[in-house]
Design a protein around this ligand. Structure first.
Ligand code: PMP
Length: 373
């Protein structure tokens, strides 16, 4: 049933809208498209950089037992102190240095609501994780885009040019970068932090798969924040939990911006218990890394260009066939990977997530068949 909503105003802009079935969105949102990542039913799903395994059985047992004791009529612990203390313990900091939210996407959104917004500028180096720019625009900020080198590393000279020209309030570094998998050298990240006039957000959604972390650079007097997620290494994409480690003055501001009680009790339990299984997590990471190297070696014998990855996925570009056709050929064999071939600066590129050994075997065999190699 459609009920007509009557507008009571009779003046100017409001009067001109009276009686309209649909009212316009904010001017700056009209041209924006949503963020899409298709979910298709397939046998081998290697398109969203999830962990191929579920969390340890002992974790699910402990979780189920604690969830049975939740007092559902009570709001959750608003400050999520036990969860933040547990996460802080992983990194040698206190809860006052940790802010957690519903996936690192909500962490990014909260950072941008706090430090970006209308009249402010956010710097990204493209190609990178699309939601950095997308959420920045949703907050009303202007995005200024820097370019990467052909090998997809950050060029410190280009970073300097961008930062000096636009003086952004927030600068994103993503290492390992999604969708390229490329890890930034520590010296480059240090340089960006030294040059940036505002907050530097280092998105480390995949850092455990690489060989260094910007966490070591954190300091109370340095305007930087390192964002992590439970969705990849921790095998907990379904839980929607991410966090940022940052100076206390950043965390305090984020707490003002986030909605009250944003982290439900079950999620706080899930995350706190997961931290107790850090050794299992590290074992999984080692396994994914060794599988990644096996896929990289297989790709090296095929007609594709690939970029050295420090993440749980690999970006590659078929050299003799259009990327889109190769992606379709894999899908016809029930293997789904990410089609980046139409994305700016990624013509012809595809991205495969590292799966179980059996899934990776299927991917390699299907790709060999599609490429006729
Ligand atoms: N940052 C990067 C670089 C990502 O690739 C992703 C997931 N694709 C996220 C953040 C968001 O992850 P989540 O919201 O699941 O924590």
């Amino acid at each position: 049933m459609h009920r007509r909503i009557v507008a009571h105003g009779t003046q100017g802009w409001f009067a001109s809208l009276a009686g309209m079935a649909r009212v316009p969105v904010r001017d700056d949102l009209r041209a924006l498209e949503g963020y899409h990542s298709p979910q298709v039913e397939v046998r081998v799903r290697l398109n969203t950089n999830e962990s191929p395994e579920s969390p340890p059985r002992a974790w699910s047992d402990a979780f189920t037992a604690e969830v049975a004791r939740i007092e559902w009529h009570r709001y959750p612990d608003r400050a999520a102190t036990a969860l933040r203390t547990a996460i802080g313990g992983l990194h040698g900091v206190g809860p006052e240095n940790v802010f957690a939210a519903n996936g690192s996407n909500e962490v990014l959104q909260t950072l941008l609501l706090t430090y970006a917004g209308a009249g402010r500028r956010v710097a990204t180096f493209e190609p990178t994780y699309q939601l950095h720019a997308h959420i920045a625009r949703l907050t009303g900020a202007t995005v200024v885009e820097g370019e990467r080198r052909d090998d997809f590393t950050l060029d410190p000279a280009e970073a300097e040019r961008l930062l000096r020209a636009h003086e952004p309030h927030v600068t994103f570094v993503c290492s390992p970068n999604n969708p390229t998998g490329v890890v930034e050298p520590e010296a480059t990240v240090r340089k960006v932090i030294d040059l940036a006039p505002g907050l530097v957000v280092v998105d480390e959604a995949y850092a455990q798969f690489s060989d260094w972390s910007a966490l070591d650079l954190l300091d109370e007097d340095r305007p930087m924040a390192v964002v992590r997620t439970f969705s990849k290494t921790w095998s907990m994409a379904a839980a929607r939990l991410g966090y940022v480690v940052a100076p206390t003055w950043v965390v305090a501001e984020l707490e003002k911006v986030i909605l009250p009680y944003h982290l439900d009790t079950a999620k706080q339990i899930a995350g706190r218990l997961a931290v107790g299984f850090v050794d299992d997590m590290n074992a999984r990471v080692r396994h994914v890394v060794s599988e990644r190297e096996r896929i990289a070696n297989a790709l090296a014998a095929m007609p594709v260009q690939q970029w050295r990855s420090g993440a749980n996925f690999i970006l590659f570009r078929p050299t003799d066939r259009p990327g889109r056709d190769v992606w379709q050929g894999l899908l016809d064999r029930s293997v789904l990977i990410r089609d980046c071939s139409g994305w700016p600066r990624l013509a012809g590129c595809l991205r495969v997530t590292v799966g179980t050994a059996a899934e990776n075997d299927e991917f390699i065999a299907a790709l060999q068949e599609v490429l006729g190699s």
